[in-house]
Design a protein around this ligand. Structure first.
Ligand SMILES: [Fe+2]
Length: 191
């Protein structure tokens, strides 16, 4: 199957000033599009051509994995953002408090993981088979599904995600992302 650029549920300038139209144009419009184009080119004529994106991420390695996982991770990231952040649903707040002591503590631990990740990668909130929530860092294109974890939310901390708007200030970018997360979507992914 041919993989396509996902449609954003908001206008390209809707996330500003936290995430500018220019960042969306480059990060979503160019970086993500390139991963998708590479993936389509790499899987053509291989058994992966008939696989879902999830299957490719779970089974591939090398360049196919890198481009499939970057497609998956970016799609998940962009579709979890909203220009109209609503208060966190009680269900999610209760689960985060249970796992991390409080919602504030979760936000602080997540921020630490996202800002502290060395080099390029992703910070995630995940749920395991037993419903345990964790904060996970993955390097480069890494995706927690390959460790049997279910992703609930992620923040991209590759430099290309924040250099246009924040230059080297990754912490300011992470704080802005946390104001753009759609907590209702995150909550809806809980088992
Ligand atoms: Fe990215």
């Amino acid at each position: 199957m041919k993989h396509l650029l996902p449609e954003l549920p908001y206008a390209p300038d809707a996330l500003a000033p936290g995430m500018s139209r220019e960042t969306i144009e480059f990060h979503y419009g160019k970086h993500l599009q390139t991963y998708i184009d590479n993936l389509n080119r790499l899987i053509e004529g291989t058994p992966f051509a008939d696989c879902s994106l999830d299957e490719i991420v779970r089974r591939a390695d090398g360049a196919v994995f890198n481009n499939a996982a970057q497609t998956w991770n970016h799609t998940f990231f962009f579709l979890t953002l909203t220009p109209h952040q609503a208060p966190m649903p009680e269900k999610l707040a209760a689960r985060l408090s249970e796992a991390f002591g409080s919602v504030e503590n979760f936000l602080s631990e997540f921020t630490k993981a996202a800002t502290g990740l060395f080099g390029s990668g992703w910070a995630w909130l995940t749920e395991d088979m037993d419903g345990r929530l964790s904060i996970v860092q993955t390097q480069n294109a890494g995706n927690p599904m390959t460790s049997g974890l279910t992703p609930l939310m992620t923040v991209d901390v590759w430099e290309h995600a924040y250099y246009i708007d924040y230059r080297n200030r990754r912490a300011d970018y992470v704080a802005a992302c946390l104001r753009l997360i759609d907590w209702e979507k995150v909550s809806g992914r809980l088992k």
